[in-house]
Design a binder for this molecule. Structure first.
Ligand code: NAD
Ligand code: UDP
Length: 312
């Protein structure tokens, strides 16, 4: 195995912290960069004893200089509650963060992977979503700071690749859940589990018939690392997600069953531009990466509930 030096931006977040751990376990040297907006030092504190791990407080909207072989660019709040808190900052993080990481990659000839999102498809008119679909995004809506920010980031990645030969990988991540999600993250899986465990009402937005496809974190990270290590001329974009599709009512009922909770479902207004349905077509990931998810929702939820039981 070749030992690589790898930079993970957003490395103290839910996905980033577990990616740092996976890369260290594979024998690489990892530099974790984060401004702790939605991430926490706590997520990586267990890695600090490893001499091949380095933690740096830094904001990706500012230039950063380092020598590494690979960059995983994950820095960006992912939960609607957090990315809508300061929308201008969210756009800056996606766009200036991409420019800074691409500029760095160009200078040091590093390979760089962008954590893009199924949100580039917006409220999709085709189902399931394939990578060739251009999306249906409201450019001035509540979610646009995130959606359009991530879309511009994809554009920048392609431009740096075509204009400057930067080695890139574009990954479109669908809803991912698992241990180490912040209990107040605001996304649906953590909300429902925390509410069920605390005996609080389960907050369904809208009538709960909207669908999402939930991927367990271990599956997702395996896809991410396979994409980084894929053949040089495969740059994506590639969907990584679990095609199992569930309504929010189905998710709530499953969480109630697995937590043995008597919490009631309560219905709240649907946030504007909330996508009605979402399900990845993963044909490309199967073909190019030999990847598909292995952990069904029920099993992943059991593991996630076990984690939340230790912290709430
Ligand atoms: P998260 O909020 O837990 O992690 C994001 C991390 O980025 C946090 O540690 C945060 O502090 C850091 N960050 C935010 N702004 C920053 C800045 N300006 N400079 C430096 N660090 C900054 O979210 P996550 O679920 O781990 O998501 C990681 C990445 O994957 C994000 O880019 C997100 O858009 C993408 N993604 C995640 C999902 C999902 O379901 N988890 C789905 C699609 C895309
Ligand atoms: N949702 C919900 N109750 C909650 C949180 C979210 O019903 O407490 C819904 C939300 O309206 C959306 C879906 O769950 O339809 C997924 O929301 P999340 O914030 O997890 O991610 P999104 O896929 O919308 O970015």
């Amino acid at each position: 195995m070749i030992k690589k030096k790898i930079l993970v931006t957003g490395g103290a977040g839910f996905l980033g912290s577990q990616l740092c751990e996976k890369l260290l376990n594979q024998g690489h040297e990892v530099v974790c960069l984060d401004n702790y907006f939605t991430g926490q030092k706590q997520n990586v504190v267990n890695l600090l004893k490893n001499p091949y791990f380095e933690l740096i407080r830094h904001d990706v909207t500012m230039p950063f200089f380092i020598e590494v072989d690979e960059i995983y660019n994950l820095a960006c709040p992912a939960s609607p509650v957090h990315y809508q808190y300061n929308p201008i900052k969210t756009v800056k993080t996606s766009v200036m963060g991409a420019i800074n990481m691409l500029g760095l990659a160009k200078r040091i000839r590093a390979k760089v992977l962008q954590a893009s999102t199924s949100e580039v498809y917006g409220d999709p008119e085709i189902h399931p979503q394939t990578e060739s679909y251009w999306g249906h995004v409201n450019p001035i809506g509540l979610r646009s700071c995130y959606d359009e920010g991530k879309r511009v980031a994809e554009t920048l990645f392609m431009n740096y690749h075509q204009q400057n030969n930067v080695r890139i990988k574009l990954m479109r991540i669908f809803n991912t859940y698992g241990p180490k999600m912040h209990p107040h993250d605001g996304r649906v899986v953590s909300n429902f589990i925390v509410q069920a465990l605390n005996g609080e009402d389960i907050t369904i937005y809208g009538n709960g018939s909207q669908t999402r496809s939930f991927c367990y974190v271990d599956d997702l990270l395996e896809g991410m690392v396979r994409l980084m290590n894929s053949r040089e001329d495969f740059i994506g974009p590639v969907n990584i997600g679990n095609p199992g599709e569930f309504t929010m009512i189905e998710l709530a009922e499953l969480v109630l069953k697995l937590t043995d909770s008597h919490s009631k479902l309560v219905f709240m207004p649907l946030p504007s531009d909330d996508p009605l349905q979402r399900k990845p077509d993963i044909t490309l990931a199967k073909k190019e990466l030999g990847w598909e998810p292995t952990i069904p929702l029920e099993e992943g939820l059991k593991r996630t509930i076990a984690y939340f039981k230790t912290i709430v």
